[in-house]
Write a protein that binds this ligand. Structure first.
Ligand SMILES: [Zn+2]
Length: 217
């Protein structure tokens, strides 16, 4: 175990979300975030095992996932254009949990600047939501935002705090449409989070709102 993993996890997945995951009812973005938390958390792994034992038979009857949208593929291709890369050096990246490494398809994160030193690496964008890594410099705040749907934020490195509490490595925050929050990275270490949404975020500041269609955050 690395020192970063010794943080005691205090923010866990709610029971209905574990049940939905076990039954295959979550979209890709949420599934990766749930799997990544479970890979770090003994408590949720045990709770998930109970759901899987109870609902395993249901999985057999689920229809296949819908094919990805052609427009989304073209947006993704444009975001992958090296000419669109910001001038900043790439952010440091550690070893992420298995489900995150799988979502990265074995490649290092492709960081894009969101301004103010904040960067994101988009891993997935589809009708079922989006999945990205967020890099937040020490002491820096992510622009104030609310949610049309739900947002899962899993800390992979460092820590952040917002109006609802303090989140360290392995902690997962579940935010719904009623929460307008401003996550701020702790001093010391840059904070890297895995963030999954099942609907676009709405930012209150003007510039992030203009960037939203481009970055699909
Ligand atoms: Zn947990």
């Amino acid at each position: 175990m690395t020192p970063a993993m010794t943080h005691h996890i205090t923010h866990h997945l709610p029971e209905p979300m574990l049940a939905d995951y076990a039954a295959g009812r979550l979209g890709h973005a949420f599934s990766v975030a749930v799997a990544a938390h479970v890979s770090l958390c003994d408590e949720c792994r045990a709770r998930l095992a109970a759901h899987e034992a109870a609902g395993g038979a249901v999985l057999e009857t689920l229809p296949p996932e819908p094919v990805s949208d052609d427009l989304m593929a073209r947006v993704m291709a444009r975001l992958d254009d090296p000419a669109a890369a910001p001038p900043e050096p790439p952010a440091p990246s550690g070893i992420f949990p298995g489900p995150v490494m799988a979502a990265l398809k074995g490649r290092p994160p492709r960081w894009r600047s969101l301004g103010m030193g904040i960067r994101q690496s988009l891993l997935h964008a589809g009708k079922d939501g989006s999945l990205r890594l967020l890099y937040i410099p020490p002491g820096r705040a992510v622009p104030d935002h609310g949610h049309e749907g739900r947002e899962l934020t899993l800390v992979l490195q460092g820590a952040f705090h917002d109006e609802t509490g303090h989140f360290g490595v392995g902690d997962i925050e579940v935010a719904d449409a009623s929460l307008e929050h401003t996550p701020v990275a702790d001093e010391g270490t840059p904070c890297i989070c895995l963030a999954a949404t099942d609907a676009p975020l709405r930012f209150r500041a003007l510039v992030p709102r203009l960037l939203q269609p481009i970055f699909r955050i």
